[in-house]
Design a binder for this molecule. Structure first.
Ligand code: HEM
Length: 330
């Protein structure tokens, strides 16, 4: 009866007023759980500064770390959303995402643990690992010369991490499938090209990720690069811990810049999926555009990273705030 009465009241309001009321209600619903730049204003006002200072120190000691963190964010956010599920260590009883093949080559876990320890020392139990990783990846982009973007906060940490849910594409995946995979997570072909080019303009790859392209030339790799890489990698597969690694963008391996697109256009990149983007009808014009404009690339990469940081986040009371990023609380 009470409900009926309320509906009747709304029905009786003049049209404009009713519309306004609905708008206000919709806005309240949309923002009540939304991420917020000031989320830690009361509980950990220095959270961003703590992460940034730690990242500067870590980057100074090891400039190869920043790319690893950008990749960690991608592998976290595209599987179960940005919930730090990728950070959980497998134990003898429970496996985790880290046990899945695409995650075998992830790096940077000790750095996340170190930053989280600094956050816990300043504000125990306040800042989630998912937020810490999003901030670390943001700082990694700017330490490598990319544009700085805002990271809204309030992500919660997931309480599940399953290897069988890791459906990240392989380096030999067909680009059509990769574009469908990105589209399923709300990313256009252009955004996929921006993230691939931005991610792979820094950091390295093990020979195991592209060796098959060296021994059986597929006609899409510059012959000089192929011969050099065959020398460096050898033709035989090696276990990961002895497999050589090389820079993805050998010209400017520590710079977030548009150089990778230029390399793509002359068949000088190592990962097959990237190379296909240079000729595929849905992406070739984006590759050419970003190869020609570093400013446009830097801006769009920052936007795409910000969007990536917000995929499928847990908010409100969902999940937990882990004390140690590699372990669930309970
Ligand atoms: C179809 C999508 C993608 C595939 C198949 C892919 C594949 C790979 C592979 C095979 C490696 C080399 C791993 C190794 O051998 O050690 C790599 C490295 C890397 N990827 Fe991706 N990637 C994809 C998308 C992305 C995206 C969207 C980003 C970030 C925005 C990213 C960032 C990175 C970074 C930074 C590295 C270097 C990591 C390091 O130095 O440890 N990747 N990727």
């Amino acid at each position: 009866m009470g409900h009926l009465h309320r509906f009747r009241l709304v029905d009786d309001l003049p049209g404009l007023l009713r519309l306004l009321l609905l708008l206000v209600l919709a806005m309240a619903a949309a923002t009540s759980n939304a991420l917020d730049a000031g989320y830690y204003a009361a509980t950990c006002p220095d959270a961003e500064a703590i992460v940034s200072n730690a990242m500067s120190r870590l980057h100074y000691n090891d400039p190869t770390l920043a790319p690893a963190l950008i990749r960690l964010l991608f592998h976290d956010c595209f599987v179960r959303g940005c919930d730090a599920s990728v950070l959980i260590s497998p134990t003898p009883r429970y496996s985790s995402e880290r046990a899945a093949i695409p995650n075998h080559t992830l790096r940077g876990f000790p750095a996340v643990d170190a930053v989280k320890r600094a956050l816990e020392a300043a504000c125990p139990g306040a800042v989630s690992c998912a937020d810490a990783l999003a901030l670390m990846a943001r700082d990694a982009v700017s330490l490598l010369g990319g544009a700085r973007y805002g990271v809204a906060l309030g992500r919660r940490d997931g309480t599940q991490s399953n290897p069988w849910e890791v459906d990240l594409p392989a380096p030999f995946a067909r680009l059509d499938d990769v574009l469908a995979y990105f589209a399923a997570r709300g990313f256009s072909a252009e955004e996929a090209v921006v993230l691939l080019g931005g991610g792979h303009t820094v950091g390295g790859a093990h020979c195991g990720s592209f060796r098959y392209r060296l021994t059986q030339p597929d006609g899409t790799m510059d012959e000089q690069v192929r011969c050099e890489m065959l020398d460096a990698c050898g033709a035989a597969d090696l276990p990961l811990d002895t497999d050589p690694a090389t820079f993805l963008d050998p010209d400017t391996p520590f710079a977030v810049d548009n150089n990778y697109y230029a390399q793509l256009m002359v068949n000088r990149t190592l990962l097959q999926v990237d190379q296909e983007a240079a000729t595929h009808h849905a992406t070739a014009h984006h590759v050419a555009y970003y190869a020609a404009s570093n400013d446009a690339f830097l801006q769009r990469f920052a936007e795409a990273m910000e969007k990536l940081s917000n995929v499928g986040v847990l908010e409100g009371d969902a999940g937990e705030v882990r004390k140690v990023c590699s372990r669930y609380n309970t």
